[in-house]
Design a protein around this ligand. Structure first.
Ligand SMILES: Cc1cc2nc3c(=O)[nH]c(=O)nc-3n(C[C@H](O)[C@H](O)[C@H](O)COP(=O)(O)OP(=O)(O)OC[C@H]3O[C@@H](n4cnc5c(N)ncnc54)[C@H](O)[C@@H]3O)c2cc1C
Ligand SMILES: NC(=O)c1ccc[n+]([C@@H]2O[C@H](COP(=O)([O-])OP(=O)(O)OC[C@H]3O[C@@H](n4cnc5c(N)ncnc54)[C@H](O)[C@@H]3O)[C@@H](O)[C@H]2O)c1
Length: 461
């Protein structure tokens, strides 16, 4: 028999926005229900950021051990990856995080945790297993999952996604990665460093095709230097089963030589978890890709229903999901009219060296027609990078020549994922670039060279 419980607020999904919002609402004395159907912490903690960055740390150690000789250090014997031990380390890191989120929510005053699939019955009622829960305010934080394209052969062969690849306890002989963007590149480099042969198959004409061409080209060079094969313009990918695993045809020509993979990873984007939420019963509007449509304060078209994180299509990162929580909490609880449009685009791609990005790309600046200045510097001219023996990449900053404000930056280089934040903060402050140029940064750091780049700006031709 269905039981019915009434709350002030229901949160669906315990990813990167839901738990923090539960905390704020419960603290404000609201009676809160949070529903999680699978793993507390969602994608980032369980199958995304945390496990990948933990594996990438192991891959970095392998790479350093293999190149130890060039630092004057002898490492006896071949460097090999113990996949079981790698996985155990990764699991222990993510389990701590998952468990701490779950126990925080379960111990939270004014908060009731439900662990089942949530589905709308009406705009104010949600069914969770045998229970019906109601609230005048409902917050959706349902995230997304790996997109599986309907490519020829995909139904006939075994393939991996970011979730299943993380569970491997043996090293793939040859990993073919379909998709040359964040997920594909991070996994490709890590598995190459663990010892797999790796091929990236990308249908666009370059890797990370949303980045500037110089960024894509340098990423390709770095990956190829480590022995990763890269097949671009792969417009006719077909998968066939093969006695040795999966054969992957890449070219449209019938006689093109296939690549034989022991494992295939699909890393071609994400799809939102909105198809099984009963949104039609609540009347919540989605776009043609399934993303929940929201306004600048993350309100859906139905009063009393909000959507935060990857499921609203306004961002696809942990920091954007968390910022969605901050926006909703500020508007509802703090009388602070924060907006999504206040957010400056920023993200990292955690290959080694990492790519860090903020604001506009050079291409976007050119397309905008704004009069602009540009400053660049190769990492070979950054002392710290040279001293570390990690001088691949470059930094590039674009400035509005009239307002003197920074329009955007790309740092592809060691430490770039940290150094970028001195640029980000000045962009949020809407201060002129000269603020950074006159700041004294510590020697020897990567950040130290950002004032130098800004001291040598040239008109963008
Ligand atoms: C391999 C990989 C690496 C990544 N690395 C990074 C990174 O380094 N940095 C970064 O910023 N981002 C990274 N991301 C992206 C990041 O993980 C996501 O942007 C982030 O997790 C989105 O958070 P979210 O709260 O929107 O959704 P999620 O974290 O996906 O959480 C949604 C939760 O809702 C639950 N749920 C869904 N439907 C229902 C339902 N009907 N009922 C109950 N519960 C439901 C799900 O089980 C899940 O726990 C990575 C992603 C992947 C896949
Ligand atoms: N460092 C990070 O912050 C990080 C890391 C991993 C994932 N993520 C998040 O996960 C999301 C998904 O990442 P992703 O790399 O899967 O997707 P993506 O959308 O960034 O890139 C998909 C890539 O696959 C290619 N592609 C699409 N269909 C293809 C096909 N049929 N054959 C060959 N190539 C094809 C595209 O051209 C593109 O290069 C990202 O939007 C990102 O927000 C973030």
């Amino acid at each position: 028999m269905t039981t019915r419980k009434d709350f002030d607020a229901i949160i669906v999904g315990a990813g990167q926005a839901g738990p923090s919002l539960a905390g704020r609402l419960a603290q404000a004395g609201r009676k809160v229900a949070i529903v999680e159907r699978k793993l507390f912490g969602g994608t980032c903690v369980n199958t995304g950021c945390t496990p990948t960055k933990t594996l990438i740390a192991s891959a970095y150690v392998a790479h350093k051990a293999r190149t130890a000789k060039s630092y004057g250090i002898d490492v006896a014997g071949p460097v090999t990856a113990d996949m079981k031990a790698l996985k155990a380390r990764k699991d222990s890191v993510l389990l701590k995080s998952r468990n701490s989120i779950e126990s925080w929510l379960r111990d939270m005053e004014n908060c009731t945790v439900f662990t089942d699939h949530a589905r709308f019955e009406s705009p104010t009622e949600i069914r969770v297993g045998e229970e019906a829960i109601t609230a005048p305010q409902i917050f959706l934080n349902v995230g997304g999952r790996a997109y599986v394209p309907d490519m020829p052969g995909v139904k006939e062969v075994p393939f991996l996604t970011n979730t299943s690849l993380l569970d491997l306890e043996t090293l793939p002989r040859h990993l073919v990665v379909v998709g040359g963007s964040y997920i594909g590149i991070e996994f490709a480099q890590a598995f190459r460093r663990f010892g797999s042969e790796v091929t990236i198959v990308e249908m666009a004409s370059r890797l990370t095709h949303r980045e500037d061409e110089d960024v894509s080209a340098t990423i390709k060079e770095i990956l190829e230097k480590e022995g990763i094969h890269i097949r671009l313009n792969a417009e006719c990918i077909q998968l066939h089963s093969d006695p040795q695993g999966v054969s992957v045809h890449v070219t449209c020509e019938e006689d093109g030589t296939p690549t034989t993979a022991s494992h295939v990873l699909l890393a071609v984007g994400r799809t939102p978890n909105t198809d099984d939420l009963g949104l039609e019963k609540a009347g919540v509007a989605i776009d043609d890709k399934g993303y929940i449509q929201v306004d600048d304060q993350l309100r859906t078209n139905v009063p009393g229903i909000w959507a935060m994180g990857d499921c609203n299509g306004k961002g696809a990162f942990t920091h954007t999901a968390y910022n969605d929580f901050e926006i909703v909490a500020a508007n509802l609880l703090d009388n602070d009219p924060r907006r999504v449009s206040d957010r400056i685009t920023t993200y990292g791609l955690f290959m080694d060296p990492p790519l860090a990005r903020v604001g506009m790309t050079e291409r976007e600046v050119r397309e905008s027609g704004k009069p602009a200045l540009i400053g660049t510097r190769p990492m070979t001219k950054v002392n710290r990078a040279v001293e570390k023996g990690e001088s691949d990449g470059f930094m590039k900053v674009l400035v509005d020549s009239e307002s003197k404000q920074i329009l955007g930056a790309s740092i592809l280089g060691v430490g770039g994922d940290e150094a970028i934040h001195c640029i980000t903060d000045v962009m949020y402050a809407r201060a002129p670039y000269t603020t950074i140029q006159r700041a004294v940064h510590i020697h020897p750091t990567v950040s130290e060279l950002i004032p130098t780049v800004l001291g040598d700006l040239k008109p963008l031709q």
